[in-house]
Write a protein that binds this ligand. Structure first.
Ligand code: 3HC
Length: 295
């Protein structure tokens, strides 16, 4: 597969990251097949794309015609085989669990065109292990976007042990076509580069609050205004989804050791399904105006 031959991209998973990646691909001019396991999930994802394109147009980042054309390029699916027909690249964005992803790949290899390149947007899991359940480990790599994909510039392109150079170059080229800056990650280790740094920061912020040393608002005020991060640690956890950070930590804890044990404050949020913006509340309440961080 050559970059100039890529026309159609299948995005498997229409959640927070999936619909954002589908939007980025559609804005770059690709035909997009957005697929999820239930009609309701795909419809929600499509509506989020519509909202986001409207917002970009409102802020003059794109014009109305571009927004309309991008939305027209997105087709939605529940049937996996249909979504994969004619796909040149398949971007898998299903939940961050090794077993779920492996089950999806078992089916993907049955239906994806022989030439299609497979990439995963995993936040932390082993690219090599995932590639080995497919029939094309040499044409498989990580393509890790950041939340919200339409606004974040970076894409980590992660090589598995079997990935060939042509595939890495193709996916780096694809990221550039999407207006992104790819960074190649050569070592397939848990959390790659960004999450290896970022997710322990969120966990440590949670431990500070758990131990009673500071409030959520104080930690966020310090990380945002004094450390100069674009969002406070808890605000960011709510943005990416507390469950997403938790699953990354769980995997890092399993593979890298005790230093990465998830804080009980995160565990409690996951158990109560108060996962951040996407569920209406997390560390902050979004039905009540969202984060108010004192300066
Ligand atoms: N599409 C379109 N518009 C969006 C949007 C989206 N997906 N998400 C937010 N917006 C809108 C907001 O609604 C807001 O509009 P409003 O002013 O009308 O309410 C507007 O964008 C805010 O944009 P601004 O440029 O005015 O605001 P900022 O300068 O604060 O930029 C940001 C927003 C780019 C999201 C910035 O806050 C930021 O960089 N945050 C950090 C995000 C980050 O670090 N992400 C990485 C997380 S780690 C990860 O994803 C990895 C994973 O594996 C865990």
């Amino acid at each position: 597969m050559r970059l100039e031959d890529v026309q159609r991209i299948a995005v498997l998973g229409a959640g927070n990251m999936g619909h954002g990646i589908a939007e980025v691909a559609a804005l770059a001019g690709y035909e997009v097949a957005l697929r999820d396991i239930e009609e309701e999930f795909v419809r929600d994802g499509y509506e989020q794309i519509e909202w986001s394109l409207g917002k970009l147009a409102e802020k003059d980042r794109i014009d109305d015609e571009e927004a309309e054309a991008a939305l027209d390029r997105v087709e939605t699916f529940v049937d996996l085989a249909d979504s994969l027909a004619d796909a040149d690249v398949v971007i898998e964005v299903v939940p961050e669990r090794m077993a779920i992803k492996k089950d999806v790949y078992d089916e993907v290899v049955e239906h994806a065109p022989q030439e299609a390149v497979l990439v995963t947007n995993t936040s932390s899991l082993s690219i090599t292990e995932l590639s080995e359940v497919t029939d094309r480990p040499e044409r498989f790599c990580g393509m890790h976007f950041f939340n919200p994909p339409v606004r974040m510039q970076l894409v980590e392109v992660i090589s598995g042990a079997h990935t060939d150079e042509d595939t890495l170059e193709l996916i780096e080229g694809l990221a550039e076509e999407m207006g992104k800056t790819p960074v190649r990650v050569r070592k397939d280790s848990p959390g790659f580069i960004v999450n290896r740094v970022l997710v322990p920061l969120m966990n440590e912020a949670a431990w500070i609050v758990e131990s009673g040393d500071a409030t959520i608002e104080t930690v966020d005020s310090t990380t945002k205004y004094d450390m100069g991060l674009p969002m406070g640690s808890f605000e960011l956890a709510d943005q990416v989804g507390i469950d997403v950070g938790y699953h990354v930590l769980e995997y890092m804890h399993e593979v890298l050791g005790e230093a990465y044990r998830p804080c009980p404050l995160l565990v409690e949020k996951v158990e109560n399904e108060t996962l951040g913006k996407k569920t209406g509340s997390g560390f902050y309440d979004y039905e009540d105006g969202g984060a108010e961080i004192p300066t």
